[in-house]
Design a protein around this ligand. Sequence first.
Ligand code: SF4
Length: 465
Amino acid sequence: MKPRVLLVNPPGKEIYFRDIFHSFSSKGCYLWQPTDLVFLSGRLRNDFDLEIIDAIAERAEPGVVYSRLHGKSYHAIIGLAGSVSFHSDIAFFEKLTEITGSRLILMGDLIRYQFRQVLTRYPFVHACIDDFSSEDIAAYLKDENSVEKPRAMAIRRNGGFTQTIPLATTKCINIPVPRHELFPLHAYRLPNNRTRPMATILGSVGCPFPCGYCSQSTRNYKYREAENILEEIEYLQTLGVREILFRDQLVEAVPKNFVALLEGIVRKKWRLGWTCNSRVDTLKREWLPLMRAAGCHTIIFGVENPSQRILDEWNTKKCNDETKALFEEVRKNGIDPCGYFILGLPGETKEDVLRTIDYAVYLNPALTSFSLPSPDFGTKLREMAIQKGILTDHLDNSDRSVDATLLNDKIAPGELQKLRSLAYRRFYFRPRYFLSSLRSVRSWTQFRYHASEFLHMAKGLFLAY
Ligand code: SF4
């Protein structure tokens, strides 16, 4: 019999995301699979008998999870803990270790950076994972002492703990097919989905670009080969999953591998719809017909800001000159372009923010999101927040949407929140947007998801006043 391992996304008062080295609460009704756990469910499937609890997706209260696990014990529990909910996460896991008597391993943004404090203060935590894609996690679970210096994790050992050692760069990280069937797939959704259930695939970890406001730039880039990802899609087809989110930060980061993936999907003639993340300066227009043929219906672009000066200041290495033309080309190919924007980076004025809002309206993407600059772990923004005394290196909860407003000394905190509300009102409450949105609806599921996201946003804006 294989040893039993439990993977847990803990409960939360709100919809929390704690995966891929950052954490935040949902601004809408959307939710994807906790990607680190999906990845680990593949990595560990051959050697361990896995159970998975996604308490966020199930909206399960801590008490419900405790009763479900009463009388059970595991070789190990691997849990996500995020800075957005750290205090409730750690209290939940302490109780879980009491109930099950199991060894606890944690991962998440705060765990990655503050593992020393976590291992010192919480004796029930046995190890902290720095990078969930490390092969050493499985080796450690098989035999705690087999890995003398484990990579990408810190382990309690000999009265102290080992230090984390980073993984190599551009390493291939193929994995056995993740255990998607153990997740509540019907609970996951994105506003532009055509159908349900939806699964999340992670084809790469990290990002090769160095944008100073983004936690993904702090991770060595690693990817899975196209064939390895195709095996996962094939398995999802057997589960009846026709809707996929590719959670890679930049789906085309290794162009040859990306094209091989697209060609593989087309060759298999799978019925599939999917969403991915891309960059305006790395997505080649000639790929668009192949992407559409492979089922892509939505591309999310991090547009961020119209000003080249600001993009350069934050080391994004990109230019938005061609963005309008690219969005038109994406649309012509039957794919919806979506745009992410950041409002109020340090140094920006109110006028700069208003220009970004105008730019979003001018581009008119199918969906948009306006973020405030978030001092995520490992970023230049976090260094600034610590220097200014907004954040400390203590083990505290940190809500990025609140901390963010304090970073910009040219715009008052309340003013920045108001500008963000204005951005949503100006973008979404336009007859042109309403009509183009109606025209782009392809299914009843998509219509329902759009409508519920819209109502959720409208309620949030209304309550803000
Ligand atoms: S903002 Fe996008 S391109 Fe830049 S580091 Fe983050 S994921 Fe990569």
